[in-house]
Write a protein of this length. Structure first.
Ligand SMILES: C[S@@+](CC[C@H](N)C(=O)[O-])C[C@H]1O[C@@H](n2cnc3c(N)ncnc32)[C@H](O)[C@@H]1O
Length: 220
């Protein structure tokens, strides 16, 4: 699958995309919206890169969460490859100060090396055809000491029924082109470690693997 195919797969209206995403989060990832928003709200800065921002609805929740937690405001660049998703992000982020929204491919970021302090990839690494390329690129554009928060949907685990439901949703997502594939936990950890990231924190809830990683201050 290539980035153009994914962009075509993500061409639904934003309201349907948001509703579908909520159902997928609960039935496929089997995670909760509040803990997931909280996880991403913990990683942010005034030089932030939001990779694969989608319609911007999740980022908007993360920004509200940061305000409630009295954390410094998030500012920076939000990008995605699908034009119809980006239209929602443009509409939402124009209400906020200090944001640029643009079309780019996560595996070929058009930004200078070491230009961001933090980056988030929310609900999207498993939808990016060249996931290894995207990890390499986010490593390049983060400054040394910069941090990345990411979550990835795992190969379904848990009880028989919930596993069956998550498996059906994953197969449907792959047929539709909105999911490349679910991953194994070790595979994802390895993807980041092999690129040079240090893993600071991980947590698994349902089929959702959340990872907070850091680009080391100096390479050994
Ligand atoms: C499930 S959505 C998640 C969007 C958003 N982060 C959220 O949590 O609602 C996955 C997103 O990844 C984007 N995407 C897939 N491949 C991409 C690529 N190569 N470069 C940039 N965005 C990509 C899709 O267009 C889609 O908006």
């Amino acid at each position: 699958m290539d980035a153009e195919k994914v962009a075509r797969a993500y061409s639904s209206p934003n309201w349907w995309y948001d509703l579908r995403g909520f159902l997928i989060l609960h039935l496929s990832y089997r995670d909760g919206l509040v803990p997931l928003v909280n996880f991403f709200a913990s990683n942010g800065s005034a030089r932030h890169l939001e990779i694969a921002v989608g319609s911007g609805s999740f980022l908007e929740l993360v920004m509200v969460c940061r305000k409630l937690q009295r954390r410094p405001a998030l500012r920076g660049v939000a990008m995605d490859y699908a034009p119809s998703m980006l239209s929602g992000a443009v509409r939402r982020l124009k209400r906020e100060h200090g944001w640029t929204v643009e079309r780019a491919d996560a595996a070929h970021l058009p930004y200078a090396s070491e230009s961001f302090e933090t980056a988030n990839i929310a609900n999207a690494l498993h939808s990016i055809p060249d996931a290894a390329g995207a990890v390499a690129e986010v490593y390049r554009v983060l400054r040394p000491g910069g941090t990345l928060a990411v979550n990835v949907v795992l190969v379904p685990r848990g009880g028989k029924i919930s596993r069956w439901i998550a498996d059906r949703i994953a197969r449907w997502g792959m047929r539709k082109g909105i999911l490349v594939r679910p991953y194994e936990e070790n595979e994802i950890r390895q993807l980041f470690v092999s690129r040079g990231f240090e893993v600071l924190k991980t947590r698994i809830r349902g089929n959702d693997y959340c990872l907070l990683a850091q680009k080391p201050l100096c390479r050994s």
